[in-house]
Ligand binder design. Structure first.
Ligand code: GLN
Length: 485
């Protein structure tokens, strides 16, 4: 059962081959048997899962099922789930039971999905390796010496290890695409505003966006269909009709214009990753695409611009965790100031503190113009590069990450080296564009992701291209050997 995609499971449930309760039990058993190896889950919601499955089976019987009814899912532990602990990977929220439901998890629940649990993540989504979690690092199912990627590493590893058919993630600077790439799965970050951020614990609000992480583009289309759309509770969600993502999956790629940015093939790119990307481009050419070189001259500035803007927004967003209203509170505070300072000192981990310090510095009087305003100007230049590229081409293709998954511990003492692993993903968020990562080969036995970036609201086209690629290749079908152990 666990080797089936959502599309296949959905057909099997409809045909009565097995029930959602049997399917759910199967996944819960797998999580119990295997998750100690990978540490994908912060919470397993067994009781809730079984209750969801009973309801789903009734709905299937009654003929009111959607394509997702009865399908088990896991949510990144950044989505508030009513009555269930929502930790954001932090000691600060280790005791936080969400009093309300995020729009994303609510929409997926309304479609009839089954909640298996909440997945591990870098604390407050800050990280590229999932080593910044209060609950410990996630291990890559392809090689447990390797990182799973971050910050949605628990979701990516759980899908790769077949502990869930799919999961949700969030992407502020690459956190869906980069772990998807490292774990050999498919993940799409939609256009900023396509999916509601309501009930998603905020990291950097002008960059955060939720998306699905699944085995195939076909499955990602089914999930995004339900996740996307205008939400009156999120004023940055966009009032634009949601396309039928499944309807166009098989459209022809004849005449598709691909742009290859020379800046994405510069120094620092692993030769095995480059080889996979070049081969994938040839495959897309066989499917009818034409290729041109494009230039995104300001994309090299995405790392410094992002690592000013994201911490600046984070320092403001995280000021709400003060030990008073919810979350961690220190023992026996002597006065109000002691309560604030000790609760925050004890509740936040090192990387979160580093971001708060950097962000507060960049926003402080005297430095605001030199750092924050400057970074915002660069952000506009990065966006303009994409706007002019999209005058000549339809999509940009390149690597998702410069190397395959590195080893646990390899970069944890060097924040700059860690930040550089986001070099190809950050510019997409700064521009608000959609991007997808799909499996496209291996380097040194570890998965390699191909990244495709489209124009605003081109999710249907990206999923279509990814699907056609997956019809022609089998990288997305390869599973880590450890999954059946
Ligand atoms: N690695 C990036 C960071 O640490 C991106 C994280 C994300 O997309 N949430 O900020």
């Amino acid at each position: 059962m666990h080797n089936k995609t959502i599309a296949e499971l959905s057909r099997a449930l409809a045909a009565g081959e097995f029930s959602s309760q049997e399917l759910t039990r199967h996944y819960l058993d797998r999580i119990q048997a295997l998750d100690s190896k990978y540490n994908c889950f912060i919470s397993v919601t067994e009781e809730r899962a079984l209750a969801d499955a009973v309801a789903a089976d009734q709905r299937i019987q009654a003929g009111t099922a959607t394509p997702l009814t009865g399908i088990p899912l896991a949510h990144k532990d950044i989505f508030c789930t009513q009555g269930i602990r929502t930790s954001a990977g932090s000691r600060m929220l280790d005791n936080f039971i969400a009093p309300y439901e995020s729009t994303v998890s609510g929409n997926l629940a309304a479609a009839g999905t089954v909640l298996l649990g909440k997945t591990n993540m870098d604390e407050f989504a800050m990280g590229s390796s999932n080593e910044n979690s209060f609950y410990g690092a996630v291990k890559n199912p392809w090689d447990t010496a390797a990182i799973a990627g971050g910050s949605s590493g628990g979701s990516a590893a759980a899908v790769a290890a077949r502990l869930t058919p799919a999961a949700t993630g969030t992407d502020t600077g690459g956190s869906i695409r980069q772990p998807a790439s490292h774990c050999g799965i498919t993940g799409i970050k939609p256009t900023y505003g396509r999916v509601s951020r309501w009930g998603m614990i905020a990291y950097a609000s002008s960059l955060d966006q939720a998306g699905p992480m699944a085995r195939t583009a076909e499955d990602a289309a089914l999930l995004l269909q339900v996740m996307a759309g205008l939400d009156p509770k999120d004023s940055t969600s966009v009032d634009q009709p949601v396309e039928d993502y499944s309807a166009t999956l098989n459209d022809s790629l004849e005449g598709l214009r691909i742009g290859i940015p020379q800046e994405f093939f510069a120094e620092g790119l692993d030769s095995g990753v480059e080889h996979c990307v070049r081969e994938a481009v040839k495959e897309l050419e066989k499917l009818g695409a034409t290729v041109t070189e494009v230039s995104l001259p300001n994309s090299q500035l995405s790392v410094p611009a992002y690592y000013v803007i994201a911490p600046a927004e984070a320092s403001s967003n995280l000021s709400r965790f003060d030990g008073v209203r919810y979350g961690y509170r220190c023992e026996a505070p002597t006065d109000l100031e002691d309560l604030y300072t000790r609760s925050r000192a004890e509740g936040f981990g090192a990387e979160v503190k580093r971001r708060i310090l950097v962000g507060s510095y960049a926003l402080s009087a005297g430095y605001y113009d030199a750092y924050y305003i400057q970074a915002q100007k660069i952000r506009r230049l990065i966006k303009n590069d994409f706007v002019s590229a999209f005058e000549q081409i339809d999509i940009i293709v390149g690597p998702t990450a410069p190397t395959p998954a590195f080893n646990l511990g390899e970069k944890s003492n060097d924040p700059v080296a860690m930040y550089l692993s986001d070099i190809y993903t950050l510019s997409t968020n700064l521009a608000g564009l959609p991007g997808i990562s799909i499996p496209a080969g291996q380097s040194a036995g570890r998965p390699v992701g191909l990244q495709m970036i489209g124009n605003y609201f081109s999710e249907a086209r990206l999923l279509n291209i990814a699907h056609r690629f997956q019809q022609a290749t089998d990288w997305h079908q390869q599973a880590p050997v450890t999954t059946d152990a």
